[in-house]
Design a protein around this ligand. Structure first.
Ligand code: NOJ
Length: 573
């Protein structure tokens, strides 16, 4: 009898774990402000080829990531996003998936993945995978079937069309990776469509079978304990069914093809239906969806949350990555637009497709100080930051100098105008030993030159390092209520050099953040009346290249790119 009750108990627990959550349960996981775990989390992007190599083959792997969980926890990371680690011919280094429900042997096995999820849990770290819905690899079994004949049941899973009567591609669309988006397949004499490389054929999201198959793949990972997905290239999911030519714009792209206004193959309204479907599924698993959402402005970004907040919880704001240099007015204007638009911002300053922020914003003289300023800014604004591995130690770009050294096909095709993305994907710098401690073999990309000084081991010992600044700032996100939900209040809105703002908690405390975005010393007297009584006192939390009198009403002196953060008792008496 006792056995029966034990078994019944186990059954009930298992059923609870497997049953999708009801609306009421979903509400429970929100806090008083209506926010969920990911609103207060720090995310960290890992490019698995380059993070940690456990077996000496020169390419990082899952066991390598697992071995660094202590480091990530100590840094203050709550969730890691791993770029695609599924089986792939690696034409686009994993963004050409040939099986959505397995792990590429170069990264390990499904058991290694399960072990990573389980160990990460003991470190309070969630795992986010990268889902590539727009296209598969041309080696995926679906595409191999689809291309085998015009009558194959999977033919309509991809986008096939006849060429023009003169044999030319069906229309003028050009690939973001160079050349026509159409490739002629000799077996059936038709063209297939690919927004990216020819080895990345686009799926046909108008086909309900495709939609179902792709959602099933997501479910497969949710059931394995994944906490969400970063969704790749969501704006390219649909194409105009009539394949109308895109209007041409002046000039040529980096690959020598005419520039186009991509109105017929990008950001079609149907994208939002798919986002809603994915969100419904995510909600069943308390999961988060992060979007690779390239937008021209904040209003476009807003659309990805969904009219009823029923699409992506975290569409990435990638606009900061396009700011070529620090500028207080530019950043202030952008932050104001974000605040006015509502929604929970998601900040990104670097990733595997963009020149690292250390190189992009650095001036060659104050690079470390600038890295500290950038960290303070995007970690302390209202929103969720997504870090890129190595940002926390000041990793720099190490761009290839010769075409023959380039690994990224984009760089080989576009050289020298487009040098590819190898520079921002170099091995993580763990210590000052050979290959920065990333591998005992030959790394797939050369380590960046600054690894002798900018590495985890060396910086851990230095209280003034970029790494220790990150740890401290991330710690403040946890310890200061104003930095959790506090509203954003712009201070000294006319200052051309200093970006200053407060985050103010409803209970009356504020944290002020003062950032000198110029290469000259600045002194500022803050508009403190916006947040505090004249008698309020400030407690310095961080001062790097900055000095202030104890009273925050006093003047704050900032060295070039100086950073000052203080806590203020802001009750207006
Ligand atoms: C965006 C990814 O970030 C990039 O690395 C990839 O090449 C393209 N999407 C195509 O999947």
């Amino acid at each position: 009898m006792k056995k029966f009750w034990v078994l019944a108990g186990i059954l009930v627990i298992a059923m609870c774990a497997l049953t999708p959550r009801s609306g009421a349960q979903q509400k429970e996981r929100k806090d008083a402000a209506g926010h969920e775990w990911f609103n207060h989390a720090v995310f960290y992007e890992i490019y698995p080829r380059s993070f940690a190599d456990s077996n000496g083959d020169g390419v990082g792997d899952l066991k390598g990531i697992t071995s660094k969980l202590d480091y990530l926890q100590h840094l203050g990371v709550d969730a890691i996003w791993i770029t695609p680690c599924f089986p792939s011919p690696q034409v686009d280094f994993g963004y050409d998936v040939s099986d959505y429900e397995a792990i590429d042997p170069m990264y390990g096995t499904l058991d290694d993945f399960d072990e990573l999820v389980a160990k990460a849990k003991t470190h309070n770290i969630k795992i986010i995978l990268d889902f590539v819905p727009n296209h598969t690899s041309d080696q995926h079994k679906w595409f191999l079937e689809s291309k085998s004949s015009k009558t194959n049941p999977k033919r309509d899973w991809y986008i096939w069309r006849d060429g023009k009567p003169n044999g030319q591609p069906p229309n003028n669309w050009t690939s973001t990776f160079g050349g026509s988006t159409w490739t002629l397949d000799p077996t059936t004499g038709q063209y297939y469509y690919h927004y990216f490389y020819a080895q990345q054929p686009d799926l046909n999201w108008r086909n309900p079978e495709v939609r179902k198959a792709m959602l099933d793949c997501m479910r497969f990972w949710y059931k394995r304990g994944v906490a969400g997905f970063r969704l790749d290239a969501v704006d390219t999911l649909f194409e105009d069914p009539d394949l109308k030519d895109n209007p041409l714009l002046p000039g040529l792209d980096k690959f020598g093809f005419p520039n186009e206004h991509e109105i017929y193959n990008k950001k079609l309204p149907e994208v939002h239906d798919v986002m809603r479907d994915m969100r419904k599924l995510a909600d069943e698993y308390n999961a988060v969806l992060i979007g690779e959402t390239w937008t021209a402005n904040v209003s476009e970004l807003r659309d990805y949350y969904g009219e009823k907040n029923d699409e992506l919880q975290m569409p990435m704001d990638l606009m900061l990555t396009q700011f070529p240099k620090l500028s207080a007015p530019l950043f202030r204007e952008h932050i104001t637009a974000l605040e006015d638009a509502g929604g929970w911002p998601v900040f990104v300053i670097s990733n595997h497709d963009i020149v690292r922020s250390y190189t992009r914003w650095g001036d060659g003289k104050n690079d470390d100080q600038i890295a500290k300023l950038a960290a303070t800014m995007y970690m302390l604004l209202r929103g969720t930051p997504i870090m890129y591995y190595g940002e926390e130690i000041g990793m720099e770009n190490n761009d290839p100098k010769r075409k023959e050294d380039v690994q990224d096909p984009q760089g080989r095709r576009g050289w020298p105008k487009e040098i590819g993305r190898d520079g921002e994907r170099t091995p993580m710098q763990w210590n000052d030993r050979p290959n920065a401690g990333f591998t005992t073999g030959k790394p797939w990309l050369p380590v960046a030159p600054n690894y002798k000084t900018h590495n985890v081991a060396t910086e851990s010992k230095n209280p003034d390092s970029i790494l220790n600044l990150y740890r401290k700032i991330i710690g403040l996100r946890g310890s200061e209520p104003a930095l959790r939900e506090g509203k954003y209040i712009a201070l000294n809105g006319d200052d051309a050099n200093v970006l200053a703002f407060a985050r103010q908690d409803i209970r009356g405390s504020s944290v002020i953040v003062v950032l000198n975005m110029s290469d000259s010393p600045q002194s500022v007297k803050l508009e403190m009346s916006k947040v505090a009584a004249p008698s309020a006192r400030a407690t310095t939390l961080v001062a790097v290249g900055a000095k202030s009198s104890a009273e925050v009403m006093g003047t704050i002196s900032l060295e070039p790119y100086g950073v000052y953060v203080a806590k203020v008792d802001s009750r207006l008496r």
